[in-house]
Design a protein. Sequence first.
Length: 169
Amino acid sequence: MQVRGRVWKFGDDVDTDVIIPARYLMTSDPDELAAHVMEDIDPDFTSKVQEGDIIVAGKNFGCGSSREHAPIAIKAAGVKAVVAESFARIFYRNAINIGLALVEAPEASQETETGDILEIDTDEGGVLNLRTGESYDSRPFPAYVQQIIDAGGLMQAVSQRVQSKSAAQ
Protein backbone atom coordinates (compact mmCIF):
# COMPACT_ATOMS: atom_id res chain seq x y z
CA MET A 1 0.00 0.00 0.00
CA GLN A 2 1.21 3.47 -0.85
CA VAL A 3 0.25 6.37 1.41
CA ARG A 4 0.98 10.00 0.58
CA GLY A 5 -0.08 12.77 2.90
CA ARG A 6 0.61 15.92 4.85
CA VAL A 7 2.20 15.56 8.28
CA TRP A 8 0.87 16.56 11.70
CA LYS A 9 3.73 16.24 14.21
CA PHE A 10 3.36 15.29 17.87
CA GLY A 11 5.89 14.31 20.55
CA ASP A 12 6.60 11.34 22.80
CA ASP A 13 4.12 9.45 24.97
CA VAL A 14 0.93 10.63 23.25
CA ASP A 15 -1.55 8.59 25.25
CA THR A 16 -5.05 7.43 24.42
CA ASP A 17 -6.54 10.05 26.77
CA VAL A 18 -4.99 12.76 24.60
CA ILE A 19 -5.92 11.04 21.33
CA ILE A 20 -9.59 10.86 22.38
CA PRO A 21 -10.41 12.39 25.76
CA ALA A 22 -12.42 10.23 28.15
CA ARG A 23 -15.31 12.71 28.18
CA TYR A 24 -16.19 11.53 24.64
CA LEU A 25 -16.17 7.80 25.33
CA MET A 26 -19.93 7.55 25.78
CA THR A 27 -20.16 6.97 22.04
CA SER A 28 -18.57 4.54 19.65
CA ASP A 29 -19.73 6.52 16.59
CA PRO A 30 -16.58 7.05 14.49
CA ASP A 31 -17.71 10.44 13.17
CA GLU A 32 -18.39 11.76 16.68
CA LEU A 33 -15.03 10.47 17.89
CA ALA A 34 -13.29 12.04 14.89
CA ALA A 35 -14.79 15.41 15.80
CA HIS A 36 -12.76 15.38 19.02
CA VAL A 37 -9.56 13.55 18.09
CA MET A 38 -6.37 15.16 19.45
CA GLU A 39 -8.28 18.21 20.73
CA ASP A 40 -6.55 18.23 24.13
CA ILE A 41 -3.12 18.43 22.48
CA ASP A 42 -4.12 20.57 19.47
CA PRO A 43 -7.58 22.17 19.77
CA ASP A 44 -7.58 23.05 16.05
CA PHE A 45 -6.53 19.62 14.79
CA THR A 46 -9.98 18.51 13.64
CA SER A 47 -10.51 21.70 11.66
CA LYS A 48 -7.13 21.33 9.92
CA VAL A 49 -6.70 17.60 9.31
CA GLN A 50 -7.72 16.36 5.88
CA GLU A 51 -8.41 12.98 4.32
CA GLY A 52 -5.10 11.24 3.64
CA ASP A 53 -3.02 13.13 6.20
CA ILE A 54 -0.38 11.42 8.35
CA ILE A 55 0.40 11.75 12.05
CA VAL A 56 4.08 11.61 12.98
CA ALA A 57 5.04 11.19 16.62
CA GLY A 58 7.88 10.19 18.88
CA LYS A 59 8.20 7.25 21.24
CA ASN A 60 5.38 5.20 22.74
CA PHE A 61 2.49 6.58 20.68
CA GLY A 62 -0.87 5.29 21.97
CA CYS A 63 0.24 4.49 25.49
CA GLY A 64 -2.28 4.47 28.32
CA SER A 65 -5.56 2.62 28.36
CA SER A 66 -6.39 -0.03 25.81
CA ARG A 67 -9.46 1.75 24.48
CA GLU A 68 -10.24 1.01 20.85
CA HIS A 69 -11.76 4.46 20.48
CA ALA A 70 -8.32 6.04 19.94
CA PRO A 71 -7.36 4.43 16.62
CA ILE A 72 -11.00 4.60 15.47
CA ALA A 73 -10.99 8.37 16.06
CA ILE A 74 -7.73 8.81 14.16
CA LYS A 75 -8.89 6.76 11.19
CA ALA A 76 -12.34 8.38 11.11
CA ALA A 77 -10.68 11.81 10.99
CA GLY A 78 -9.15 10.78 7.66
CA VAL A 79 -5.63 10.01 8.85
CA LYS A 80 -4.21 7.21 6.66
CA ALA A 81 -1.13 6.34 8.70
CA VAL A 82 0.78 7.07 11.87
CA VAL A 83 4.58 7.13 11.79
CA ALA A 84 6.38 6.97 15.13
CA GLU A 85 9.57 5.83 16.81
CA SER A 86 7.52 3.23 18.67
CA PHE A 87 3.93 2.34 19.56
CA ALA A 88 2.26 1.02 22.66
CA ARG A 89 1.59 -2.67 22.03
CA ILE A 90 -2.18 -2.69 22.62
CA PHE A 91 -2.68 0.48 20.57
CA TYR A 92 -0.72 -1.14 17.75
CA ARG A 93 -2.96 -4.20 17.72
CA ASN A 94 -6.15 -2.14 17.98
CA ALA A 95 -5.01 0.03 15.06
CA ILE A 96 -4.25 -2.97 12.85
CA ASN A 97 -7.62 -4.49 13.79
CA ILE A 98 -9.41 -1.44 12.39
CA GLY A 99 -7.15 -1.08 9.35
CA LEU A 100 -5.02 1.90 10.39
CA ALA A 101 -1.44 1.65 9.14
CA LEU A 102 1.23 2.19 11.81
CA VAL A 103 4.82 2.60 10.67
CA GLU A 104 7.83 2.43 12.96
CA ALA A 105 10.47 4.68 11.46
CA PRO A 106 12.58 6.35 14.18
CA GLU A 107 14.64 8.57 11.87
CA ALA A 108 11.57 9.76 9.96
CA SER A 109 9.90 10.49 13.27
CA GLN A 110 12.80 12.63 14.44
CA GLU A 111 13.43 14.53 11.20
CA THR A 112 9.91 15.18 9.90
CA GLU A 113 8.04 18.42 10.62
CA THR A 114 4.41 19.47 10.51
CA GLY A 115 3.47 20.33 6.94
CA ASP A 116 5.95 17.98 5.29
CA ILE A 117 4.57 15.58 2.72
CA LEU A 118 5.48 11.93 3.22
CA GLU A 119 5.19 8.96 0.92
CA ILE A 120 5.01 5.65 2.76
CA ASP A 121 5.37 2.22 1.17
CA THR A 122 3.98 -0.38 3.57
CA ASP A 123 4.54 -3.23 1.08
CA GLU A 124 8.27 -2.76 0.64
CA GLY A 125 8.98 -0.62 3.69
CA GLY A 126 10.20 2.93 3.49
CA VAL A 127 9.24 6.52 4.10
CA LEU A 128 10.18 9.40 1.78
CA ASN A 129 9.99 13.03 2.89
CA LEU A 130 9.18 15.00 -0.26
CA ARG A 131 10.28 18.33 1.28
CA THR A 132 13.78 17.17 2.16
CA GLY A 133 14.22 14.30 -0.27
CA GLU A 134 15.34 12.10 2.62
CA SER A 135 14.25 8.48 2.69
CA TYR A 136 13.97 6.40 5.82
CA ASP A 137 13.83 2.71 6.53
CA SER A 138 10.75 1.04 7.94
CA ARG A 139 9.80 -2.58 8.07
CA PRO A 140 7.12 -3.72 5.65
CA PHE A 141 4.09 -5.38 7.18
CA PRO A 142 3.88 -9.16 7.01
CA ALA A 143 1.49 -10.20 4.22
CA TYR A 144 -1.33 -11.12 6.61
CA VAL A 145 -1.15 -7.73 8.37
CA GLN A 146 -1.08 -5.90 5.03
CA GLN A 147 -4.20 -7.85 4.00
CA ILE A 148 -6.00 -6.68 7.16
CA ILE A 149 -5.05 -3.05 6.51
CA ASP A 150 -5.94 -3.24 2.80
CA ALA A 151 -9.34 -4.73 3.68
CA GLY A 152 -10.06 -1.88 6.10
CA GLY A 153 -9.76 -3.96 9.26
CA LEU A 154 -9.78 -7.44 10.73
CA MET A 155 -13.52 -8.06 10.40
CA GLN A 156 -13.50 -6.98 6.76
CA ALA A 157 -10.47 -9.19 6.04
CA VAL A 158 -12.17 -12.22 7.62
CA SER A 159 -15.37 -11.50 5.69
CA GLN A 160 -13.43 -11.29 2.40
CA ARG A 161 -11.65 -14.55 3.17
CA VAL A 162 -14.92 -16.36 3.98
CA GLN A 163 -16.53 -15.00 0.80
CA SER A 164 -13.62 -16.09 -1.37
CA LYS A 165 -13.68 -19.59 0.15
CA SER A 166 -17.45 -19.82 -0.38
CA ALA A 167 -17.07 -18.73 -4.00
CA ALA A 168 -14.36 -21.33 -4.58
CA GLN A 169 -16.58 -24.19 -3.37
